[in-house]
Design a protein around this ligand. Structure first.
Ligand code: DX5
Ligand code: ZN
Length: 221
């Protein structure tokens, strides 16, 4: 499967966002990963729909919006209307509300004609989101605890990636997008892909690089 790279703009300079996005697009990125944090589900606050709306005209790349927020259902409208191409929501935030909230939120995202995905934290079994795999265009496995860029990759997540890929194959979706987010580097990208991931988020690895196209090519290789 072809590997797609999704640089996280969390690691970009927010005062030069347009420039940063043009740079990663020219450098061969496949998606723009937008980390939305609410100061409650995770400690920091990053940005909301206005950022997505402002970057939409700057790039042709798909906007991959990762919602690290409580009550995600209430916010889907704003990100969908702002121009997101895919929105992912955390299992943990949904589970707190009700057993059906995750499925309802995924279906709401789809009702806007855009792609949806479920996310699990490093300490949550991927099996917990098996019941919604058939509604998801993508699943996202966190390889750090969400909240901050620049953390160290948690290697135990590799087993979960294998389990997720095996389940996708078993259920007739061998090409399903499986994304890994957190601590991805040129050094560990190969083993993450070998485990079955085909979408790699990379924040610091890309934005701290002196040569963005070289780094993106190395992550894909
Ligand atoms: C973590 C975010 C990640 C993060 C990735 O809460 O969801 O997308 O920015 O950054 P790096 O690649 O630096 O770990
Ligand atoms: Zn993310």
């Amino acid at each position: 499967m072809k590997t797609k790279i999704a640089p996280s703009i969390l690691s970009a300079d927010f005062s030069k966002m347009g420039e940063a996005i043009r740079k990663i697009e020219l450098g061969g990125a496949d998606l723009v990963h937008c980390d939305v944090m609410d100061g409650s589900f995770v400690e920091p606050i990053t940005f909301g729909g206005q950022m997505v709306k402002n970057i939409r005209p700057v790039t042709k790349l798909e906007l991959d919006v990762h919602l690290m927020i409580e009550h995600p259902k209430t916010q889907i409208k704003f990100f969908a209307e702002a121009g997101a191409d895919i929105i992912t929501v955390h299992y943990e935030a949904c589970k707190k509300i009700s057993d059906t909230y995750l499925e309802e939120t995924l279906k709401l995202i789809r009702s806007y004609g855009i792609k949806c995905g479920a996310v699990v934290n490093p300490d949550v079994p991927v099996e917990n989101i098996f019941p919604v795999f058939d509604i998801c265009d993508m699943v996202l496995l966190m390889s750090v605890f969400p909240g901050y860029g620049g953390q160290k990759f948690i290697p135990e997540v590799l087993e979960k990636v294998k389990t997720a890929r095996a389940y996708a194959v078993k259920t007739g979706r061998p090409d399903m997008d499986i994304e890994v987010d957190g601590g991805v580097t040129e050094e560990n990208a190969a083993e993450i892909k070998a485990a079955g991931a085909n979408v790699l988020v990379a924040g610091s690895a890309v934005f701290k690089s002196q040569n963005v196209s070289k780094t993106i090519a190395a992550l894909k290789k």
